[in-house]
Design a protein around this ligand. Structure first.
Ligand SMILES: [Zn+2]
Ligand SMILES: [Zn+2]
Ligand SMILES: [Zn+2]
Length: 337
């Protein structure tokens, strides 16, 4: 019998279709990543003048850089202008104010250069932190979303390893859903929902993929996709950008090991990852005063192996043919092997 499972954080339902098995027809065909030329790549070292003026860099003593942050050349939201929130009859309108930045993760074109390097991951995470902290000061903005598209199937346009940051004047729907569920749970139990899940997962130990001193990775109980993996800080924290260097180093080690395990098991799949941290600010009418106690930041890694079909679009349900217990088992083996 298949399971219907509800993810307590997002409130989403998932059908864990154990009887279905992941079929070849369901899996998107993904080419090996990165067969392009680095000569015309704006993110490669030596091509710095091909990007808009730099916002931040991890500078090395020899004058080179390890990570660079630049504005997106084709931003979906722009920093310049006045923020205007108004209704147009039944419709809500907000001007397209915001920031759209690119975090160039390495001076080298090939993603393989990032493998086995937890220290570089630490530098990348530091760039996320610094940019979020800076954008938080812009009182027009309410949320900063960090996300990565790797591989064409996951929406990447350029193969050079990079992450994107979009800061916006509204809180996105998926984040809002998590905020509401975490707040409701907190009001009921006076405990953080994700802290409670963490205790339960560590005790059951059937969906844990790996852990370090300060972080744990698991396949969520109601995973939407095969091999979906979350990384969570063990100590309660609502805000990613308040983590210190020691914590981000520890995270970098686990994050890197998980990405490598996914590459090994799924042969360099296209994937997305997203960082869900607390909003910069709330609308005056919808303040979440317990946010620092009720929300727990996390990273969601989603391999893009499957097509999303009509049922998913129409229902918000997902059908996942690989049980999270099975996925966790396979990834755990790959992590230690
Ligand atoms: Zn490049
Ligand atoms: Zn917590
Ligand atoms: Zn989330």
């Amino acid at each position: 019998m298949n399971d219907l499972r509800k993810d307590p954080v997002s409130g989403r339902w998932v059908i864990i279709a154990k009887e279905q098995m992941l079929k070849k027809e369901d899996v998107v065909e993904y080419p090996k990543p990165l067969e392009t030329d680095s000569k015309s790549c704006p993110f490669c070292a030596g091509h710095e003048n091909m990007t808009p003026p730099e916002i931040w860099r991890w500078a090395n003593p020899d004058g080179s850089w390890s990570v660079r942050v630049v504005p997106n050349k084709f931003p979906v939201l722009r920093v310049e202008g006045n923020l205007d929130r108004r209704g147009e009859g039944v419709f809500d309108h907000v001007t397209g104010i915001g920031a759209h930045e690119i975090i160039v993760e390495t001076p080298n074109h090939d993603y393989l250069s990032l493998q086995e390097d937890g220290e570089q991951m630490f530098r990348i995470l530091t760039a996320y932190k610094i940019r979020l902290e800076d954008l938080k000061n812009d009182t027009r903005l309410r949320y900063g979303l960090i996300f990565k598209n790797f591989g064409g199937e996951a929406g990447a346009h350029l193969p050079h390893p990079h992450t994107q940051l979009i800061a916006m004047p509204v809180i996105p729907k998926h984040v809002k859903e998590e905020l509401v569920n975490c707040k409701m749970y907190y009001e009921l139990k006076e405990r953080c929902l994700i802290c409670d899940i963490l205790l339960e997962e560590l005790e059951r130990d059937i969906r844990i993929v790996g852990e370090t001193e300060q972080y744990v990775a698991w396949s969520p109980y109601a995973a939407r996709f095969p091999f979906e993996t979350w990384i969570i800080p063990k100590n309660h924290s609502a805000c990613f950008s308040l983590e210190n260097d020691k914590s981000l180093r520890d995270l970098g080690i686990l994050f890197n090991r998980i990405l490598q395990a996914l590459r090994r098991v799924l042969e360099s799949p296209p994937y997305n990852y997203i960082l869900h941290t607390r909003p910069f600010a709330f609308s005056p009418r919808h303040k979440q005063t317990t946010i620092d106690d009720d929300f727990h930041w996390h990273i969601e890694i989603i391999p893009r192996l499957m097509k999303i079909a009509g049922f998913e679009w129409g229902s918000g349900f997902y059908i996942n043919p690989t049980s999270p217990e099975e996925a966790a088992h396979v990834l755990r083996e790959a992590l230690t092997g």
